[in-house]
Write a protein that binds this ligand. Structure first.
Ligand SMILES: Cc1cc2nc3c(=O)[nH]c(=O)nc-3n(C[C@H](O)[C@H](O)[C@H](O)COP(=O)(O)OP(=O)(O)OC[C@H]3O[C@@H](n4cnc5c(N)ncnc54)[C@H](O)[C@@H]3O)c2cc1C
Length: 390
């Protein structure tokens, strides 16, 4: 959607397909980071974005066993917004569509699922889709796959991925929030063998409960009551509400994948976001990395697209530009999931002491600027370089 916005703003005709009837999917997290807010600022739409209901997170902390710790402090970032915004992603996507509709070249087709690519003489020159079971054929100078971590388009393009592995999955559920007594801030909570992230969505908590990969059957076999007890143990203030989870239907399993394509493009075709590199939820950075890909792609491709076709050499430039930040972020995610999150899940021992890096972060405010920079800005932040067309 961000790439569609940027290209339409540059005077290029864009058609964005979305297979669902709306954006009310509940699986992608809510964080809009300072790097993305900077892009909105550069586009002149930050104020209208911030006018929508949201929360601002200036600092990140966690409850680790009995210790309340401070981990990241965004207030010193060299950006317009020195905080992370929490906004449900459907609101963010609706905002982008409404903002993009001001550009005559922008169109979005909802309920339209891309199913195949059209290839002629070795070049992708369009795609096939179905709109409510009716076949549609669309021709284009460039097809961009931004269809997420289960990308069908990248398979159809026959692009091979390297599986980097994720030893965790996530259970995703809602529990009501009591404004008068619950904590205000979204928070990570860790206790004996349990890891919970809670996003404050006003009248409810969106909870992400991390489990070992393929561990859901084992948890289910113990029964829902046992699961409710686990949840109440890691977040005791939820004890009076965990029975809102009536059955396993209220708990969604989200499988986590971390992978990366070897080649992100072919003639006439480019993958960005999770389609090129599926991200783990760790650090909540995947949405923002996908947006950075979009900004880089627009900067590199818009001048050629205005003139018609783009060369494969230019498409490769997008990959070259985004490979380092993607690789570095995935490395950190894999380190965190393999060395911190997974061992915590496997350990049955109560937490009696903090790991020394957390102790240092908690003690010295200046050190909390480092995780803030990595999470909030990421590696090689992108800026909008393409002017709006007259
Ligand atoms: C449990 C979990 C929690 C996460 N939490 C966060 C977080 O808090 N913050 C964060 O930054 N990242 C988070 N991430 C990572 C983040 O979800 C992804 O990195 C990010 O969504 C990638 O964006 P994307 O646009 O590439 O793909 P997606 O967000 O997956 O979007 C793909 C879109 O394409 C549509 N689509 C798919 N196939 C087709 C098709 N064939 N035709 C038409 N449309 C199609 C889908 O409906 C969807 O709208 C989380 C990941 C997981 C697994």
């Amino acid at each position: 959607m961000v790439l569609g916005y940027l290209l339409a703003r540059a005077g290029i005709d864009v058609l964005v397909l979305e297979k669902h009837v709306d954006f009310l999917r509940d699986f992608r997290g809510d964080t809009v980071h300072p790097s993305t807010l900077q892009v909105l600022y550069e586009l002149g739409i930050l104020d209208s974005f911030l006018a929508r209901p949201h929360q601002q997170l200036k600092r990140i902390g966690a409850q680790i066993g009995p210790f309340q710790v401070k981990i990241a402090d965004f207030t010193h970032l060299p950006t317009k917004c020195k905080f992370v915004v929490l906004m449900p992603q459907w609101d963010f996507l609706n905002f982008l569509v409404e903002s993009a509709k001001g550009y005559s070249g922008f169109r979005v087709m909802m309920e339209t699922e891309a199913t195949d690519l059209i290839e002629e003489q070795g070049r992708i020159c369009g795609l096939r889709a179905k709109k409510r079971n009716n076949p549609v054929e669309i021709r284009a100078d460039l097809v961009v796959a931004a269809d997420g971590r289960h990308s069908v388009m990248r398979q159809k393009a026959n692009l091979k991925s390297e599986i980097l592995g994720a030893p965790i999955d996530v259970l995703w559920m809602r529990v009501s929030r009591k404004a008068e007594s619950d904590p205000e801030q979204s928070l990570g909570r860790v206790s004996t063998g349990k890891f919970l992230v809670m996003l404050n969505r006003g009248d409810y908590w969106q909870c992400a409960y991390v489990i070992p990969k393929d561990g859901f059957d084992k948890i289910r076999a113990k029964g829902i009551e046992s699961f409710r007890k686990d949840l109440a143990e890691v977040a005791p203030f939820l004890s009076d509400r965990v029975d809102e989870l009536k059955s396993w239907d209220d708990i969604k399993l989200l499988s986590v994948a971390v992978d990366r394509l070897r080649d992100w493009c072919r003639a006439g075709f480019l993958c960005i976001g999770d389609s090129a590199h599926a991200m783990s939820p760790i650090g909540g950075v995947g949405i923002n990395l996908a947006i950075q890909d979009a900004v880089a792609a627009a900067n590199i491709l818009a001048p050629s697209l205005r003139a018609g076709e783009v060369s494969t050499r230019l498409l490769r430039k997008v990959q070259q530009r985004r490979l380092f930040p993607t690789r570095a972020t995935q490395r950190l995610q894999i380190f965190a999931q393999d060395r911190i999150v997974y061992p915590t899940l496997r350990s049955g021992a109560p937490i009696e002491t903090l790991p020394w890096p957390i102790k240092l972060l908690n003690r010295f405010q200046i050190l909390r600027r480092v995780p803030a920079r990595v999470i909030g800005l990421g590696f090689r932040p992108e800026h909008v370089r393409i002017q709006a067309s007259q």
